[in-house]
Design a protein around this ligand. Structure first.
Ligand code: MG
Ligand code: MG
Ligand code: MG
Length: 310
């Protein structure tokens, strides 16, 4: 008797980045190759310009949008675990697997699950190991998507989150996909710095994460740019958008990191309980702003210090 397979939803975090989008697609490929024909990738938000570049380059469509999941829906989380960053209804879903490279927070399940987390620079690096574990071959398209995620998350290996494993895996994926890491990577990252089409409201939502810091509801958004000055031309509109966001979400502290990916620095705009920011980074905000030299990683250089000083 043939058993009917149940639907399986695979997705990354809200305000999806290249890793969240491509790792969902890669996980779908892996599940299907392992016989799970109902596995399907989804996204929890709009695709950003960098990811758009990647999908165009490989001529593939973005995953379908997922607004919420029903009770007991079977899901796989990639590139996140925190419920605050996940889909609506996640508390009552049936989480089968998590593949992630973030700290584990606000995470609880009723049933046992497959959970693979590693302190590496990108989810794709962990997925590479799962392909190996399952002895599944990685085809060139999938390798290209995985390589894109590693380049994105590690800012072409320049982020402090990047490990030697990420570099090694990227080299192997470059061989399989026949893609030159440097030239493709620069084009891809550059595509992500084109912020011209975004309104201020959209800009602060391109890559934004909510987390709890000692009872404070904190939101840290980040945009990549080649010119901090250019982004600051819209500072007033950005601050208005942040204030509006904070009011409707009851946010205690909002920080936008405008990250110069050429020189590896960030200019931040902070509103709300900004004494936490001043203490955390040992700065005095001027005009709601501070310059943080050498800071590019929210995960490694921003969130932990905010949590420590909240
Ligand atoms: Mg991500
Ligand atoms: Mg990631
Ligand atoms: Mg990121």
């Amino acid at each position: 008797m043939e058993q009917k397979m149940e639907k399986l939803f695979i997705f990354g975090h809200k305000s999806p980045d290249t890793d969240s989008i491509t790792s969902s697609m890669v996980m779908e490929n892996l599940e299907r190759k392992c016989g799970n024909t109902e596995a399907k990738a989804y996204r929890l938000g709009n695709v950003n310009k960098e990811t758009e570049f990647v999908l165009d380059y490989f001529n593939v469509n973005a995953p379908e949008m997922l607004e919420e999941v029903e009770e007991n829906a079977n899901v796989i989380l990639v590139d996140h675990n925190s419920f605050a960053q996940s889909v609506q209804g996640i508390e009552k879903a049936n989480i089968l697997k998590v593949v992630d490279h973030h700290c584990i927070s606000n995470f609880e399940t009723a049933s046992p699950l497959f959970y693979l987390a590693e302190p590496v620079g990108c989810t794709a690096t962990i997925l590479y190991e799962i392909y190996e574990m399952n002895r599944v071959e990685i085809d060139p398209l999938i390798a290209g998507l995985m390589l894109s995620a590693i380049i994105s998350d590690t800012l072409l290996f320049k982020s402090p989150t990047c490990t030697s494993k990420d570099v090694e895996v990227a080299k192997e994926l470059s061989r399989i996909s026949n893609i030159d890491i440097e030239s493709y990577g620069m084009d891809m990252l550059k595509a992500g710095t084109d912020l011209s089409d975004y309104t201020a409201d959209e800009l602060i939502n391109i890559d934004s994460k909510e987390f709890d810091a000692n009872g404070l509801k904190v939101q840290v958004a980040q945009v990549n740019t080649a010119s901090i000055e250019d982004v600051l031309k819209g500072k007033q509109d950005i601050e208005n958008a942040i204030n509006k966001f904070m009011e409707s979400n009851n946010t205690d502290l909002f920080m936008l990191a405008i990250t110069d990916i050429i020189n590896s620095n960030s200019q931040v705009i902070a509103l709300g309980k900004t004494d936490v920011i001043e203490k955390a980074f040992n700065v005095t905000l001027e005009d709601n702003m501070a310059f943080l030299p050498g800071v590019v990683s929210r995960k490694k250089q921003i969130i932990p210090v905010i949590k420590e000083n909240a």
